[in-house]
Design a protein around this ligand. Structure first.
Ligand code: HEC
Ligand code: HEC
Ligand code: HEC
Ligand code: HEC
Length: 177
């Protein structure tokens, strides 16, 4: 009986501990990642992202096709509609209390796929994957992609992880994997 109680208390402590910790991870915005991820020799991830589809996802919401889709749904302005913003921007996808530097205008940015960067952003942390993951970094798995690439998208294209991740690839040629 006592053992069971201790176990439950320990479990609760573990749970609240991880919740509290998770709340400390804030979204700092792509400009902060740019500082270190812009070197051509290491794959210039920032530039590749900027030229890819995700960085312009907010611009898309101001285009004619977006207006057409919105009109059919009775939405006045897709660029400010939470139902569109939640997939077309990292900012619209998260609890806004967790944004510390992140802007809506940057669209779907690094932290949608790699996790909120406030605690893992230092080079010493990021060099150690396990440590970085304890501090909020996530690996961009198919599950992460599918939080947006799903049938709720009005223009849904069947999601194929191998094909889609090749289209946005930004590998670091100096890293083994
Ligand atoms: C102070 C420099 C610095 C900043 C700022 C920085 N990084 Fe890094 N990042 C590194 C270093 C160093 C590595 C390890 C690889 C290497 O040596 O190039 C790394 C590795 C990574 C990896 C690969 C991790 C792995 O284990 O595969 C990802 C993903 C990443 N960074 C994303 C980000 C994101 C997203 C941001 C912004 C929120 C960011 N980084 C900000 C320096 C930085
Ligand atoms: C926060 C939401 C979100 C996440 C997470 C996300 N995407 Fe996207 N993705 C979008 C949006 C929105 C677009 C459309 C951008 C546009 O055209 O303006 C898009 C477009 C794309 C495209 C271009 C598709 C086309 O029509 O040509 C590819 C490729 C892609 N994403 C791959 C991925 C992969 C791979 C992952 C996971 C590693 C991922 N995305 C995660 C929202 C997301
Ligand atoms: C739509 C999702 C998505 C976005 C946005 C995104 N990445 Fe990635 N990133 C990936 C995927 C998928 C991989 C490959 C698998 C992995 O290492 O997680 C990757 C890998 C990386 C790596 C490791 C490269 C290697 O070969 O070791 C770094 C560094 C990185 N990303 C940095 C960034 C930075 C910086 C940004 C923003 C400027 C960014 N990523 C935006 C999905 C994304
Ligand atoms: C569930 C996530 C999600 C929601 C919600 C969402 N989108 Fe998207 N949107 C995407 C993704 C992912 C893409 C990339 C192609 C695809 O799979 O649909 C995209 C692409 C687009 C495109 C470019 C399509 C093309 O072929 O050029 C437009 C325009 C667009 N969305 C408008 C909207 C509007 C307007 C809303 C709100 C009414 C909206 N989206 C809501 C995820 C979403």
């Amino acid at each position: 009986m006592l053992l069971k109680k201790t176990f439950i208390i320990a479990l609760l402590a573990l749970f609240t501990g991880s919740v509290l910790q998770a709340q400390n991870f804030k979204y700092i915005g792509a400009a902060k990642c740019k500082m270190c991820h812009m070197k051509p020799a290491k794959g210039e991830q920032y530039k590749k992202w900027l030229e890819g589809p995700h960085a312009s996802a907010m611009k898309t919401l101001s285009g004619d096709k977006a207006k057409e889709i919105a009109a059919a749904k009775g939405i006045a302005d897709p660029a400010t509609d939470p139902g569109c913003l939640k997939c077309h921007s990292t900012y619209g996808h998260i609890d806004s209390k967790l944004a510390a530097g992140l802007k809506m205008s940057e669209g779907v940015s690094c932290e949608s796929c790699h996790g909120p960067g406030s605690m893992y952003k230092s080079a010493s942390v990021m060099k150690k994957r396990d440590l970085a993951m304890q501090k909020g970094m996530i690996l961009a798995t198919e599950e992460v992609c599918r939080t947006c690439h799903n049938e709720e998208s009005p223009t849904y294209k069947p999601f194929d992880m191998a094909k889609f991740s090749a289209e946005i690839a930004h590998p670091d040629p100096t890293q083994a994997d």
